[in-house]
Design a protein around this ligand. Structure first.
Ligand code: DON
Length: 319
């Protein structure tokens, strides 16, 4: 394969070449067998481990896809990136920086020890504690209003009304004692701006919004495009907020593996336990990947491999 070693400042190759490389990435990793499907949320254990889709959306709105791109899955932790952006847009990034933080914990996404070690600071909005605290910061007068702001905001990023997967929501809400504990602990430290049970409920719903790889790619391309959705043409957040979000993703988007990811792939990205990954190439576009088997940190194995290949082949690495 002729892999273009473009400078990261160059544009994407021709549309036909991008199509070819997406198909190549899918063919290369579709038979890959490592990783395990998440099962701490019972319904996720039923996901097809062979499922694998890749979508790339450019900042011009061009679409390139291969594999299971019409399969809907719950967005899970990838929602954290876009809720963070909405909160920054609503109240400014300084408030989130001060209250939640922007540094990596170096510990798993649902760590309670991380909270205790840092005197109640969640450290960043991409781990569960920080995401729950961030959801609570969105200005709203009721839980219902907060939920609608999140759902409509994430839908603007995707360019379509994102449905709630009620089965995933119910499965998680019956088994999420740990997140409830984290919210109580945050509240005990005086770091939660809304009622803990209600906030966890809304956070659980935001994680259960159903997306496809195409949705993830459009959402990521909106960040790549300085906050303007390249498909609908609508401005979703300011250019400054898009930049703030990408900075946090670079530092914390792949949890305790964020450094390795940046070292290998060189792009801001966010993963979720249902197997989604969004990786953003500023000014160029974004990749949406889906494949349920995960590594120990909770990141899709095939998704990581495909992103690594495509980052190199398309010359996306920022460094
Ligand atoms: O709160 C949770 O545990 C899930 N709703 C989301 C976690 C997640 O996606 C972690 N990502 N890899």
């Amino acid at each position: 394969l002729d892999i273009a070693q473009r400078a990261s400042t160059g544009g994407l190759p021709s549309a036909a070449r991008v199509d070819e490389l997406i198909a190549e990435a899918h063919a290369r990793y579709r038979g890959h067998g490592e990783g395990a499907v998440a099962d701490y949320i019972p319904i996720l254990a039923e996901a097809d481990p062979a499922g694998f889709g890749l979508s790339l959306v450019s900042t011009e709105g061009g679409l390139h896809e291969a594999g299971d791109v019409a399969v809907a899955f719950s967005i899970q932790s990838i929602s954290k990136a876009f809720v963070f952006a909405l909160v920054c847009e609503a109240i400014g990034h300084r408030a989130v920086h001060e209250r939640v933080g922007v540094n990596n914990t170096g510990l798993p996404f649902n760590s309670v020890i991380a909270l205790e070690l840092n005197e109640g600071s969640p450290m960043n909005p991409m781990v569960n504690a920080g995401a729950i605290a961030t959801t609570a910061m969105l200005p709203a007068t009721s839980g219902e209003e907060r939920w609608q702001l999140i759902r409509s905001g994430l839908s603007r990023f995707a360019g379509r009304e994102l449905p709630l997967d009620g089965e995933v929501y119910r499965s998680e809400i019956l088994t999420n004692q740990r997140n409830r504990g984290i919210a109580r602990l945050l509240d005990g430290y005086g770091r939660l701006d809304a009622e803990p049970e209600e906030t966890v409920d809304i956070y659980t719903r935001q994680c259960a919004l159903a997306v496809t790889t195409r949705d993830l790619a459009v959402m990521g391309a909106t960040l790549a495009d300085g906050g303007v959705n390249p498909v609908t043409g609508a401005r979703v957040v300011s250019a400054e907020v898009a930049r703030d979000t990408l900075a946090v993703l670079a530092a914390c988007g792949m949890y305790e593996r964020s450094g390795e990811w940046l070292f290998e792939i060189g792009l801001p990205a966010k993963s979720g336990v249902s197997g989604g990954i969004v990786a953003v190439a500023p000014g160029k576009g974004a990749l949406g990947a889906f494949s349920p088997p995960l590594d120990a940190a909770g990141n899709s194995v095939r998704g990581q491999r495909a992103c690594a290949f495509l980052s190199r082949a398309l010359g996306l690495n920022l460094f």
